[in-house]
Design a protein around this ligand. Structure first.
Ligand code: AR6
Length: 174
């Protein structure tokens, strides 16, 4: 499906209407992609995040994008991988579903995701990619308003995992 693509790159440079931040539940910044987004957006982003009262794992909250090219940032804390028996898979699926739903509420047509939870939070990338691809593709199939979703992978191994997951999804759905 052409409405979903997988690229290698830095999400802070994305020109989509919104970018998604792999945040933590405080929403007050951190390392990884979260740190990069806050650095690029400027201090006003943190100031707005401070008004939000945090966010539960798997849920999503929206702010403006400030100095970013993207007009909005959707912040979603992914689950910390603790072996797989603590609802990690469904919590990760919730991150994608809730981010896409919030995007639609704000008339966002193009959105970029990072590989949520597969860095500091150690979610196995193959499984994370399978979940992300399934949630994004099935959402797009029934929600025509979102025109384009881009998965922005930071390294080759991550990109390959998402490409493999997309191939498997397409095989199973043709
Ligand atoms: N653009 C795209 N992807 C990136 C970028 C970037 N600029 N920088 C890193 N990644 P992580 P998590 C990739 O650790 O696992 C933070 O401290 C990275 O290579 O950013 O959800 C938060 O505050 C990996 O593939 O997020 C939380 O405390 C992916 O983004 C915690 O980390 C996710 O890695 C969240 O951990």
């Amino acid at each position: 499906m052409e409405r979903f693509s997988i690229i290698k790159g830095d999400i802070v440079k994305a020109k989509t209407d919104a970018i998604v931040n792999a945040a933590n539940t405080s929403l007050l910044g951190g390392g990884g992609v979260d740190g990069a987004i806050h650095r690029a957006a400027g201090k006003e982003l943190l100031a707005e995040c401070e008004t939000l009262g945090g966010c539960k794992t798997g849920e999503a909250k929206i702010t403006k994008g400030y100095k970013l090219k993207a007009k909005f940032v959707i912040h979603t804390p992914g689950p910390i991988w603790r072996g797989g028996k603590w609802d990690e898979e469904s919590l990760l699926a919730n991150c994608y579903q809730n981010s896409l739903q919030l995007a639609e509420q704000y008339d966002i047509q193009t959105i970029a995701f990072p590989s949520i939870s597969t860095g500091v939070y150690r979610f196995p990338v193959g499984l994370a990619a399978e979940i992300a691809v399934r949630e994004i593709m099935s959402y797009l199939e029934v929600h025509p308003k979102i025109q384009n979703v881009v998965m922005v992978c930071f390294d080759d191994d991550t990109k390959l995992a998402y490409q493999n997951a997309l191939e498997q999804y397409q095989k199973a759905h043709t």
